[in-house]
Write a protein that binds this ligand. Structure first.
Ligand code: ATP
Ligand code: MTE
Length: 195
């Protein structure tokens, strides 16, 4: 019963977008989603500078015109003057989803004490869930997949566990993932038979 999903992947970095260094954000997002998703998916990718109007226009285009049910941004969530990803995301929001930011900071504190410097937010715009992730490429896996102990058992569940059901609730496709990477949770009444 898996359905196809279009996912917007937006890397927000002055230096990656001007070629100072190679962007690792979009490759890291692609790599993680490639391992995690068992549903068919395609990506709409954008590499853009830390410019609020550009970020807002990109999020609107992906949500409104490109049929993205999920948009993951990476970068620009910190306190530096040019970090404006959360402001741009909130500016295009219909609804704020505070649980994602709260939980990602909690997960990230297991990895770095500077996790509290990320102002990352998540919002719903129309039929799209938009989630900010920090710019460090490794933060993508850390926040989406969560934390494992030495035996590989999950000790802190990543936020991706809640993303498919959120997409169900806003009228998007039914998305499934590989339990070995991330165990998606849905209430019993919302579960569909496996393919
Ligand atoms: N797209 C990216 N590709 C590779 N590394 C990145 C990327 N974005 C961020 N990083 C790394 O993570 C660090 C922190 O990310 P942050 O978003 O704060 O970048 P920054 O220092 O504001 O600079 P910039 O916006 O030019 O990437 C960066 O200094 C860089 O080492
Ligand atoms: N999981 C995780 N979260 C993290 C980090 C990280 O390496 N891993 N880096 C932190 C740091 S150092 C900063 S400054 C903030 C904001 O990063 P950004 O401006 O690149 O989005 O995210 C924080 N959150």
């Amino acid at each position: 019963m898996s359905e196809h999903i279009t996912i917007g992947l937006v890397s927000i970095s002055d230096r990656a977008s001007d070629g100072t260094y190679e962007d690792q954000g979009i490759p890291a997002l692609r790599e993680w989603l490639g391992r995690a998703l068992t549903s068919p998916w395609t990506a709409e990718t954008r590499l853009i500078p830390d410019e609020r109007p550009v970020i807002e226009a990109t999020l609107k285009e992906l949500a409104d015109n490109k049929d993205c049910s999920l948009i993951l941004t990476t970068g620009g969530t910190g306190p530096a003057p040019r970090d404006v990803t959360p402001e741009a995301t909130l500016a295009v929001a219909d609804k704020e989803m505070p649980g994602f930011g709260e939980e990602m900071r909690r997960i990230s504190l297991n990895f770095v004490p500077t996790a509290i410097l990320s102002r990352q937010v998540a919002v719903v715009r129309g039929k799209a869930l938009i989630v900010n992730l920090p710019g460090q490429p490794r933060a993508i896996r850390e926040t989406l997949e969560g934390l494992r102990d030495a035996e590989g058992t999950v000790s802190h569940v990543g936020v991706f566990a809640a993303i498919p059901y959120c997409i169900d609730l806003i009228g998007g496709p039914y998305v499934e993932a590989d339990e070995a990477v991330i165990k998606v949770f849905r209430p019993k009444h919302a579960l569909r038979p496996r393919n």
